[in-house]
Design a protein around this ligand. Structure first.
Ligand code: IDP
Ligand code: MG
Length: 160
């Protein structure tokens, strides 16, 4: 099953939105495969955001992400990378629609609450730098999944 890396940034933790944001992913039907509250080191922040290393906001971004605890998570589900990005909304909260996480919880580009991988390849890279393999639980059965995915229900012959 596809996985994505989601991080609740220090502003989400400080403002007390951990539960409300996690609730949205649970409610959608995605399955949690890994989660930890952690401080991000400068080295990890620079690695995670390496694609932005030449941007003018890089220094501020690294300072912010290392400024307090984050909640790092792996979520699993069909098309979860793209769906999570849609649930998050646009990078700039000014453009994020109401109903999206950024649209509902943030106003400032530099304090936009949440990170989510932008592709399956990015997800693999980000999961591998934030989690060791034994911190990810892929084998557990969530009983509700048969109510989330049609394909998990064995088709039975119609009763005549
Ligand atoms: P994303 O988080 O939606 O994937 P990216 O373009 O990858 O957006 O940027 C990473 C993060 O860097 C953003 O979430 C935002 O916090 C911050 N950021 C992006 N562009 C700017 C900017 O122009 N000024 C300040 N911060 C920015
Ligand atoms: Mg990005």
């Amino acid at each position: 099953m596809e996985q994505t890396f989601i991080a609740l940034k220090p502003d989400a933790v400080q403002r007390g939105y951990i539960g409300q944001i996690i609730e949205r992913f649970e409610r959608k039907g995605f399955k949690l495969a890994g989660m930890k509250l952690m401080h991000v080191s400068r080295e990890l922040a620079e690695r995670h955001y390496q694609e932005h290393s030449q941007k003018p906001f890089f220094g501020g971004l690294v300072s912010f992400i290392t400024s307090g605890p984050i909640v790092a998570m792996v979520w699993e589900g069909d098309n979860v990378v793209e769906s999570a990005r849609k649930m998050m909304g646009a990078t700039n909260p000014k453009d994020a629609l109401p109903g999206t996480i950024r649209g509902d919880f943030s106003v400032d580009l530099g304090r936009n609450i949440i990170h989510g991988s932008d592709s399956v390849e990015s997800a693999k890279r980000e999961i591998s730098i934030f989690f060791s393999p034994d911190e990810i639980l892929t084998g557990w059965t969530r009983e509700a999944d048969k109510w989330v995915y049609e394909a998990l229900v064995k088709q039975t012959a119609a009763v005549s």
